[in-house]
Design a protein around this ligand. Sequence first.
Ligand SMILES: C[C@H](N)C(=O)N[C@H](CCC(=O)O)C(=O)O
Ligand SMILES: [Mg+2]
Length: 340
Amino acid sequence: MVPFKTALRTVRSIENIAVYVHSEHGQIGIGEAAPTAVITGETLGSIKEAIKHYIKPAIVGMDLQEIAVVMERMDNSIYQNTSAKAAVDMALYDLLAQHHKTPLYKLLGGYRKALTTDITISVNSVADMIKDSLSAVERGFQILKVKVGKDPATDVQRVTAIRDAVGKAITLRVDANQGWTPKEAVRIIRALEDANSNIELVEQPVHYADLTGMQYVTANTLTNILADESVFSAKDALTIIERRAADFINIKLMKTGGIFHAQKICHIAEAHGIACMMGCMLETKISVSAAAHFAASQKNITMIDLDGPSLCLKDPIAGGPIFNNDRITMTDANGIGFSR
Ligand SMILES: C[C@H](N)C(=O)N[C@H](CCC(=O)O)C(=O)O
Ligand SMILES: [Mg+2]
């Protein structure tokens, strides 16, 4: 892959974990975990260990029709380890939907059949970011997620230069990945507002644990603020909403521990009139397909950041939703739809 650079990390290649769950009827559910140590605290080794020695022994032999009981057992088998749980959770949902002979997105609610994703522009020199933005637009992407926060002094210049280069018709999202202080964030976002940069949202401007800072930025800017690293659980979502610490919430299966808990966050947010983004880590088509099914099932997921497969040089699996640049389309295949 092309190096992926955020305020938190630079990644040149990825090694993720595929999980296969077998049913007694010979069906196979497939999931994936992406080790993102700087966000979830998980590594390749910790994920393997959590699944092999804690999650698997806790749930083998259980009745998948009682999915809430299975999830409770998985949750109680080990604290946190959300990406390890996500891989198992999505493999179980894949199996459940196959069992019911329906595509997963329909089992979960079936709200829409196609999604439009953004694509990430890594934080680099202004010239490189302009080049990458123009090339993304040429590939057909209408929404760019611009990474900043590594070098706050030049972030306004980065975003305004990209806006000038791509024109007004392209939607720009900005993700600081916790790289700014609250005061820096307000200064930078106000400068972007004054420059008429027309930014759709700013994601995770300050440290994930600084909810007072998130609240300060949300209250002192006009641009919508989206909480990402600050929200793993339904409880986190409720806290953000109650404190008015963000306008939107980014749901990622690697943070929630999978679809079961992602549903709770989405529904809590919906009840409070807070729209959600469906996001991903550096994930391949396996887990991004599960995320796409979930996003397609939910009315309240109105923003999509599922560019993982577009950032990879090749797909590790055939079948599943069709990824065609910015368009992700569900198929009628049962489960997540992978070819086996
Ligand atoms: C890949 C996706 N577009 C993205 O930007 N995700 C990041 C975290 C990615 C990572 O470091 O694995 C985000 O939204 O912060
Ligand atoms: Mg983010």
